[in-house]
Design a protein around this ligand. Structure first.
Ligand code: FES
Length: 161
């Protein structure tokens, strides 16, 4: 049985177009993330083999850069604004409450696969600070309680479906 689970043939085109050298590791990881939505372990291993980069080094690069996602995206992408206007309006407390409630941290997906949380810079609606965006919809004037209750409502709705 193959040790790979992801369909690695999806990467063939990338390897054909890009010179397979260690210097292209980040570019190939970016392309892989576009294809798979995140970087599965077997995909990273395969990329390392192709480019001549040790698995530990591939993993090191993937974990160092926040642009890379190591888990599948949740059904809901929750972007917590940490921009200046939101920061002065209490976004840190909101973020802490959200992380505590979901038992996760920025860049991670909850165990139930429902939420992926990302702390981001200004979301472009500072008059609503502090703001979070869920799948593109902005929720403003947040308090820690309000943010948690919005997420709890989504969970309830999902559980009922
Ligand atoms: S700083 Fe948060 S929306 Fe602009």
């Amino acid at each position: 049985m193959s040790k790979y689970k992801s369909d690695l043939s999806n990467l063939d085109e990338v390897f054909e177009k890009i010179e397979n050298v260690p210097e292209n590791l980040i570019t190939v990881l970016q392309k892989a993330q576009e294809i798979y939505g995140f970087l599965p372990k077997d995909v990273m291993y395969h990329i390392g083999e192709k480019l001549g980069v040790k698995p530990a080094k591939v993993m090191g690069v993937a974990t160092f850069y926040s642009q890379f996602r190591l888990e599948p995206m949740g059904k809901y992408l929750v972007m917590l604004c940490g921009g200046t206007a939101c920061h002065v309006s209490g976004s840190e407390k909101v973020a802490k409450a959200v992380f505590d409630y979901l038992e996760t941290e920025s860049g991670r997906t909850t165990k139930d696969g429902l939420f992926t949380i990302e702390k981001v810079a200004c979301l472009g609606c500072c008059s609503l600070a502090p703001v979070m965006m869920i799948n593109g919809e902005a929720f403003g004037n947040l308090t820690p309680e309000k943010a948690v209750s919005i997420l709890a409502d989504i969970r309830k709705k999902e559980a009922a479906e």
